[in-house]
Every structure is written in structure tokens, then in C-alpha cells.
Design a protein around this ligand. Sequence first.
Ligand code: PLP
Length: 447
Amino acid sequence: MTKVEQAVKLMADHTYGTWRAQKGWKSPLFIAKAEGVYFYDDKGKPYLDFSSQLMCSNLGHGNRAIIDAICEQAKKIPYISPGFICEAKARATEALLDVMPEGLDQFFFSTSGTEANEAAVKILRQYMAPKYKVISRYHSYHGATAVGVSLTGDPRRFYAERARCTVPGIVFAPDAYCYRCPFGLEYPGCSIQCAEYVDYMIKEEGNVAAVFVEPVVGTNGKLVPPPEYFPRLRKICDENGVLLVADEVMSGWYRTGPAWALDNWDVKPDILTTAKGCTGAYAPVGITATTKEIKGFFEETVMCHGHTYAMHPLVLSAIPAAVEEYKKLMATGLPQRVSKHIEKRLRELMENHKCIGDVRGIGHFWGVEIVKNRQTKERFNIKADKFVKPLMTNKIAAEALKRGLYIHNWYDHFTVAPPLIVTEKEVDKGVEIFDEVLKIADKEVEE
Ligand SMILES: Cc1ncc(COP(=O)(O)O)c(C=O)c1O
């Protein structure tokens, strides 16, 4: 057995593969290095990273500035408990003040998006007591632990519910999903029912403390709402005395163009959670940002939350370097230019493939939804198929990987979300392979 074969066997035999039946964790791909928008297996075969891993490696791979910052911190103070501060913690806080929406200047640091959301719910439920209900949406993912998965609309919640690992007090609103409007309406004649219905829910439910949303839905569809949606939702929250929480774990950090997806509609949340791109995924950090008013509530009341690794200096050291790298990159104009190219190329792809039902997105955050029939919009696979049936999107993504393209897939769509450093030429290369493998689904389209 080669060293690589030994490593694969060791991992398959002794570790849990995430979000899968373990029979699907027998031969994980061994990655030997990663640079720019590519990663490489042990034989040197390159894979174009068309989804920034899990929509988190926004600055690409091998960024020296961030790696150096982490290495420097490792030599200084890799860890000091949350009760002490140090230069790395102060510098991360300062860097965040520079990019966070105005007014969201109080931070709780953890090590994942899940934890950022867990903290947000604990904070808001204390702050809003006795109101405690949270309105989330069906097309959403907010994390793996009890609170995050309870907020989640996707099939991962079904499993957590069966394991009795969810929390009460969360209700689900219809999605701003224009391609499959839950009200059967069509924009712009719909009066944004998806937002109006939240007003109805708040009033009918009672005890609603917050509305919790991904401003552009990530894993569950790359759903970009109509322009009126968020200004209206903000107003509905204000009129009803309810907080608006933006989960920008995936949609933040220039993924949709501006630093925050909600900036696209000039709307500010009361709480913003983020993770992934805040370090370009070079180190695990979660951030829960609130207003001063919310922190003020805890002046005398205990903010009863924390972790051993809250405010961990080693991982926080990546934040100032990442913020700097984002600023430099955005100043070049490259992401702004290439995002238009991504859109153009994906729309062209739709013309060539009968299996593409919808192409939607913004910035470097695109979804390509496939269907059996464009007229009826019948899917190849539905939500309930995830984890239990072979998926058409799995088949296509696996073939793409064989041909050197890594593209993330969900049960009904693919994610085109390359690192923001991607060039037009690299986009073309990815689209070329995607174009080829989509023919697998074209063959099964019903005319
Ligand atoms: C919108 C959103 N929120 C929360 C999470 C959970 O983040 P993590 O996987 O870092 O716990 C994710 C992960 O994909 C996400 O996309």
C-alpha cells in the first residue's frame, strides 16, 4: 500500500464522514496541496475549485499574508483564555469595526457559523424575553447543533428531530423563491407576499422575538429575493417590535459583491452572524455581531455563554490579514468584472442545456437548478431524496470531479461560487467542463 492509500484507509476506518451514511466514506479524495483557485491530489492532478470548498475559501488557496499572520501568532501567543486579552484579539476587533455594518459593533467570537447562530439565539431570547419565538424559512441552513439545526429548513433538521436534538419555539416562513413561488404568484405582480406573510405570522403566532434569515439563501438555493423584500421585511420587524437577524455565514465577505449581502438592499439587521469567509477559511472563526443596545442589556444581566476557544488568538489573527486582502482585491476591480462574466457564461449554458430550469445568483454566488421538464419544472430529485436516494446532481458532480472540476451540489442544484480571485479564463475552463457533464441530465429530460 502506498502512503496515500494508507492514509485513505486510516481515515475511512477510523473517522466519521460528515452528513452521510458511512458506507459513502470509503475512499475520500486525498489532497496534497492547494494554490489559487486549484487544489491537487497526490498525483498532481489539478481540480478547479468552483465552489470555494464549502463556499468559504473566498480568497483562494495559499494566501501568504493570511498564512504568515497565523504563523506569527502561533509563535507569539497561540492561546490565552477568553478572560484575558492580547494584541491579536484587539487587532481582530479593530479590523471588524472597519467592515461591519454601522451600529453592529459588539462582537462575540466563537469558532464556527453554527456557534455564531447558537450565541445569537441565546442572546436574543434573553434580550427579548418573554418573547422567544424565532421565524426562520424552509430554504435555509443555520448550523449543526441543536439551535442551528432547529432553525434549519433543509433535510438535515429531519434527522436531528428524529434524534430529539432540536429546540422548541422555531416556526418556518415561506421562501422568497421566485422560480417556485410558494404562493403560485409571479413577480412583480405578487405584492411580495413572501414578506407580507411574515407580518401575518408574527401577529398570529404571538411571542415572536426575531426573524432569522440568510439574506441570499446559500446551500438551499442561492435565492436572491426581489429588491422590495428586505426593505419590507425590515419594516415589518420594526412595526412588530421584532429583531431582524442576518445569517451572513455564507453570503458575507464580498461573496455577493458588497461586504454583506444585505448591503445590496441597504438594509441593516439587529444582529449579524458570520464565519467562513471572515478568515477566508484559513482558520475557524464565528462572529456574532450585535448593537450596543443589545450588549447594554447584559450590563447587569449575565450573558451566560462562552467557550474555551471563544476569542482564540491563533484563529483571530487571520481576521485582520483577511480584511486587508479583501480590501486590496476589491480595489483591483477584478471580482466586480468577473462576476458579470460568471453570469453571462451561466446564462449561455442555460441556452444549451434543456436540463437547466433556472440560473440565479449575484456576485460570485450562483445556483444552477436542474429539472426533468422545463415546462412543468419537475425536479430530478426532491428535498426528501437527499441522503436516501441516488441524486442526479451527485452523478453530475462526481463526473465533473473526474474531469478536474469541483462543483458543490445540493439535491436540486449546483453551486457556482469560485474564490473571488478567479479570472475570466478560469471561469471559462470551469464552464467548459460543466457544459460537458450537464449532458448527463439532458439525456433524461422529458420533452
Ligand atoms: C448560512 C449558514 N449558516 C450557518 C452555517 C454553519 O456554519 P458552520 O458549518 O461553520 O458551523 C452554514 C454552513 O454552511 C451556513 O451556510
